[in-house]
Design a protein around this ligand. Sequence first.
Ligand code: XIL
Length: 377
Amino acid sequence: MTVTPLALATALIVSTTAMLADDSSSVTPLKDAFDGKFLVGATLNGWMLSDADHPAYELIETHFNSVSPANAMKWGPMNPSLDEYELEPADTFAAYGAAQGLDMIGHTLFWHSQTPDWVFEDEEGNPLTREALLERMRERARMMAARYADRVKTWDVVNESIESDGSWRKSKFQQIIGDDFTEQAFRIAMEELPSDCVFLYNDYSMTDEGRRDAVVAMAKDFQAKGIKIDGIGMQGHWGMDFPDTKDIAASFEAYASTGLKVHITELDIDLLGRDRFFGANVDIRKIEVTEENNPFPDGKLPPEEEERFATRYAEIFDTLLKHSDTIERVTFWGVTDQDSWLNFFPVRGRTNFALLFNRENEPKPAFHRVVETAKKH
Ligand code: XIL
């Protein structure tokens, strides 16, 4: 048999492809798997921002095209007391994201949590007036605009101001300002940040009907009043059984009725769960870690648990990909299981499993199932 140059070239291509397929470095990057569907993000936490050699950076640069700061841009961590500023972590975040050309999220301008008491008080410790608190919010927005908004373009303007039943959360912001706290916050953002920024309302349990209807009504109300709102952030701190993917899909449809895009802003799946190892009605935050409620303390999951976890991730991504026209971005809250906040919440000190990379920074079976799911769409 004569070997033609074409046959030789084909044989070479086939064998190179086979070699690549066997090589673990040929893992499909998440951002390629979701190219043309949505952006894919991860969070940078304090450990990463204070260690330029942190192993998470390699994963971020390979797999993600968007980043959120876990804590660095929250009011409390940035500005723990009236004249005290801790801006280095946020500066590092913005400089890193800009240098890598990543989409960056300003998380979060206004949130009842991780906001210190001084924000709501005058120098004698008396509650501020509505006008004084609005002015303080404006100063923060102005500072964020001047320092970051040339590079950080998407902002969680308000985080979690609506309860599951659709009522306004009785936060200090709401108590001092009134029921128009969220509206005033968006007006301030519109006035102080550049007009090319993207403004989101962000919340958890966004599949709950009461909250969902209230968020849709609020977005329509803002649109009617000419208040800039550009997207709806569903945090996506989800469990192994809850929410049902039917309810996730129904929520995308409800939010799409506003004409706004949905951003999944904080996706993780809590494998250990809130009630799997506890009876109902316990105050889970007070629970101490035990062998029973922390069953995999060495960070290794038995194959059947890996499989359950991968199957849940696959069904969630199947739902997300079916609605990719509505979805702008999917951000994971963390990079690896090692840095997930679910090791501390709601039970402090458990070894939890929530993300697509394990504690050795390797892709988990769930990672591969998510990529396979993306290839089917
Ligand atoms: C979490 C951080 O990941 C933790 O490090 C911190 O101790 C508490 O906050 N909803 C949000 C995020 O909007 O800001 C929270 O992040 C997780 C829940």
